[in-house]
Structures are given as C-alpha cells and as structure tokens.
Design a protein around this ligand. Structure first.
Ligand code: FAD
Length: 466
C-alpha cells in the first residue's frame, strides 16, 4: 500500500542544492511522545521548537518521500508578509482588525525565519533584499496607492509607494509603472533551507524518518501511525501535511490542493543582466490576484512563477506538470524582460499549495487536544509556517500563549463541499479572480501583443518534467 503521490519534481532548486543523503525509513515498531507527519518547514521546525522547549520529549518526524518533497522544497522562495489575497483583499474578506493582527503576525514570521537562519547557521543562500509589488497597468497603480494608504492608515509605516523612475532604477522593465515597497522580505534557496532544517531538528535530538508514508492514523488511548514497514505509537500527533492533508479523513474537507507553476532560466551573463540592473536582488511580484513573482538567484538565474492556478478532480495530485501554465508564465517573462527574448528556460516545475474556503490559514485541534493540524497557507507559507511552528509547539505542550491567541488558531474552518461542487467552486473562484485581473490589464495585453508580434509565441516542450 502507498500514498497516491506523483514523482518528485525536476526543479531548478533540486538541480542546484547539491548532493543529499536521505535518512533511513522507519523500520519496525516504535513509541514516541510526539509524532509529526510531514517533513516540510512546518514539521521539521515544529520538531526543533519542541525539542528546544523540552529536551526530554521524544519527537519524530515522518516524511512520505525525502524532506522538501512538498511545497517547502520547490517554492518561489519569497518569505514575505503577504497573507491571503493581499491587504485590501484580506480586509474585505476578514475585516480590518483581522488584517492588522494578521500583518503583525506575518511581520514577526519573516523576522522569525531570519533569526532562525542566522542563529542556527542554516546554509540556504538567504538574503533580505526587500519586496517590490509592481504595477503593470494604470489600474494596478491606483490599486497600489490604495494598498499603501490602507496600511499606512492602519499604522504600518514601513510600506511605501515607489514611483516609476525609482522602481525602474531598481529593476528595469517597460511594464513596471510604480510599486509598493516593503523592506521586510527574505529570499532563500528553499530546498537547501528545508534540508538544513532536517539537520537542525536532528541536531536538537528529534528523529526524522524519510520515505515513510503514514498510511493510516488509528486513534485510541494513544495514536498508532501505520507505515509500510512499522507502526509508530505516539501520545500526540501533529499533521504538518498542508496541501496533502486530505489523505486524513478528519482533515479531508478543511483544504484543497491548488497548483502553481514556475520556470527558471540558465544563469544570465553580465551583459544580459546589465539592462535590468537588479543590483539589490529585490523580490518582485505584480499586483494581480493570480500573481506573477520573480527573483534573481545566487547564481543569476531568473525564476518566475504564478499566473494561472490549477484545481483537480477529487484532489488528485497529478498536476505538477502543466504546459499551459508554463506557457503563460513564459509569455509574461518575455514582456517583462523583452531583451531576454532568446533566453532559454532550463527548468519547469510546479506543485500544490493548500487552500481553505476563506483563503485563510488555519491551525487547530482535531477531535481532542492530542491531535493538532496546520494547513491553508495559500502560497504564502514560507515565512508563516516558521512562526506557526512555535504555535504548534505551544499547542502540543498545552500552553496558552500570545501565539495561540493568533487569529489563525482554533478558528472555524468552513468545509469544502464534496465533488462535483468542490471542483466547480474552485474553478468559479479562479474565474472570478481571473476576470478581475483581465479587467485591469488592457494596456498590458496590448504590450504583450506587440512583443509577440516580433517573436513567435513561446513553445513549451512537454517531457521536461519528470
Ligand atoms: C510552486 C510553488 C511555489 C510557491 N511559492 C511560494 C513563495 O514564493 N512564498 C511562499 O510563502 N509560499 C510559496 N509556496 C507555498 C509554500 O511552499 C508552502 O506554504 C510551505 O512550503 C508549506 O510548508 P509545509 O511544511 O506546511 O508543507 P509541505 O512543504 O508541503 O510539507 C508537507 C509534507 O508532508 C508530507 N506528507 C503528506 N502526507 C504525508 C503522509 N501521509 N505521511 C508522511 N508524509 C506526508 C509531504 O510529502 C510533504 O513533504 C509555494 C508553493 C509551491 C508549490
């Protein structure tokens, strides 16, 4: 018996992270105090936080594949303060009080990751270059001004408006018309980070089993976690399974996996890079609902991702490979950096992120206080889950803290309906967001048509992906 997981993705991060030796799988039966299912940032740093708080606890992490198989090993690498659909979107869905609390939480999350990497010496190419949310049309420019005003009015004074000249001086592109500038952003090599966190958790005394899928969790006096080659018995269980949480019946309706896709160029030459500038290596996102994000890596590749989001029937995970999504991202790359029209993409990949019905992350107890879950970061988990790990630690240790009072904890999670309504709702949500983007992008469509008039439309070859 095995979990219906697709093959590992052939990402640029996997190609550049260096050699890796996975830990052995669980072999035989064993007993621990706390079993953590999922070897991504959430699971591994929860193990670290628990062992740091109480070195007498016996803590194990069980990962179905190698650590970082999920979003943690293949993401866009933006550790940012954004939560949900941006500032005004969050205020509209959840209210301004929620936005204030959520933004404070996310600021702290970015700093938590920053300090973790520095204090523990994690090797992950971390930089703190600042965040540009660029406007690519006049309508987005107006939206940016509103976003900056909203946050400044709410008392956040480290979010600024940047005009066209200033933004182009940083990252030169004909489609950059202005930006929201927020200094608080970290970029990392995501796979190096999650691997370093495996070693960190191990160094602090947790055991990390790889290639150990948990096939079933039986709840009794204790929890029995069945794996192909042994059963782990635990007093408490943490489900750190994010976009894969639907494998467990109690979590099945709390989130659905949605899919996002990325590509990476070969390293750019100094001549290719020079017209863009990008001396500060800022992380860039546009103002769309279905955002594009791009950055420059340590070895001068450009990664770009985002655009169309995919949903699947019955939460199938077979959507990492999606040529239409890569084609859309490539088209956006060509209009953003027209002088790079001949640059080739060395890697294309994708993966699932976790979406709750109200687009808001959630942590909570499942059944009773012995089972704890974390999910729903909708593509914004890199910073957030590092602070979530401290929340999960307090929940496991049955501590009430300022962190367990956060608005993401213990909230009612609206259940997704069963198929076929579930898929129809996902697609309807996407269509609405896409229509809003379309209505704001007339000038950009014209620019794209002009760029593509001078070059053939991008051809995406199938079979690049494993
Ligand atoms: C292509 C892509 C780009 C993204 N870009 C960004 C970005 O730039 N910024 C940002 O903030 N967020 C981004 N995200 C989202 C971010 O990666 C996630 O929010 C974050 O990594 C979640 O971490 P996690 O540890 O909770 O989950 P994951 O990293 O997904 O870890 C969950 C783990 O659980 C394991 N698992 C599942 N079921 C079982 C089981 N039954 N038994 C054992 N193990 C199991 C999985 O194999 C997986 O490794 C992106 C996601 C994707 C896919």
């Amino acid at each position: 018996m095995s979990l219906p997981l697709p093959p590992a993705v052939d990402s640029m991060w996997a190609a550049t992270a260096g050699p890796y030796a996975p830990n052995p799988a669980l072999d035989g039966d064993t007993t621990v105090d706390v079993a953590i299912i999922g070897g991504g940032y959430t699971g591994l740093t929860t193990a670290y936080e628990l062992r740091r708080a109480d070195p007498s606890l016996n803590v194990a992490v069980l990962e179905a594949r190698e650590v970082g198989f999920g979003g943690s090993g293949r993401n866009g690498s933006f550790a940012m303060t954004v939560v949900g659909l941006g500032f005004s979107g969050t205020a509209m869905i959840k209210g301004k009080d929620f936005l204030v609390q959520a933004h404070r939480y996310m600021m702290r999350a970015v700093d938590t990751l920053d300090e973790l990497v520095d204090n523990e010496g994690l090797d992950c190419d971390k930089i703190r270059p600042g965040f540009l949310r660029v406007a690519t049309t006049e309508k987005y420019l107006r939206r940016i001004r509103k976003e900056v005003d909203l946050m400044n009015r709410l008392g956040f004074d480290d979010i600024f408006y940047m005009d066209k000249d200033d933004v182009r001086q940083r990252v030169n592109s004909p489609v950059h018309l202005g930006a929201l500038w927020e200094p608080r952003l970290i970029l990392v090599h995501p796979l190096k980070l999650v691997r370093a966190e495996r070693d960190l958790a191990t160094r602090y005394g947790a055991t990390v089993y790889e290639n150990t899928p948990v096939l079933r969790v039986r709840r009794g006096e204790n929890f029995d976690l069945e794996t192909p080659s042994g059963t782990m018995t635990a007093n408490k269980v943490v489900f750190a399974t994010n976009a894969y949480s639907h494998f467990f019946p109690g979590l099945k309706r709390k989130q659905v996996p949605a899919f996002t896709h990325m590509l990476s160029t070969e390293p750019l030459t100094p001549e290719q890079l020079e017209p863009i500038g990008w001396q500060g290596r800022e992380g860039v996102e546009d103002m769309r609902n279905l955002i594009h994000h791009y950055r420059l890596t340590a070895d001068n590749r450009v990664t770009m991702g985002g655009g169309p989001v995919g949903f699947t029937w019955g939460n199938s995970l077979n959507a990492d490979h999606r040529p239409a999504a890569w084609q859309e991202v490539e088209s956006h790359f060509r209009v953003t950096f027209p002088h790079l029209r001949d640059v080739q993409f060395s890697h294309r990949w994708g993966g699932p992120f976790s979406v709750t019905m109200d687009l808001t992350p959630a942590m909570g107890f499942l059944g009773d206080k012995r089972a704890i879950y974390s999910l729903g970061c909708i593509g914004h988990g890199v910073s957030m889950v590092h602070l979530n790990a401290q929340v999960l630690r307090d929940m496991v240790l049955d501590r009430e803290s300022e962190l367990t009072e956060s608005p993401f904890v213990g909230r009612r999670v609206i259940p997704w309906p069963p198929e076929p309504i579930r898929l129809a709702m996902g697609l309807a949500m996407r269509s609405y967001l896409r229509l809003e983007d379309w209505s704001r992008e007339r000038d950009l469509r014209r620019a794209k048509a002009q760029v593509h008039a001078h070059q053939p439309p991008p051809a995406v070859s199938a079979g690049v992906q494993k």
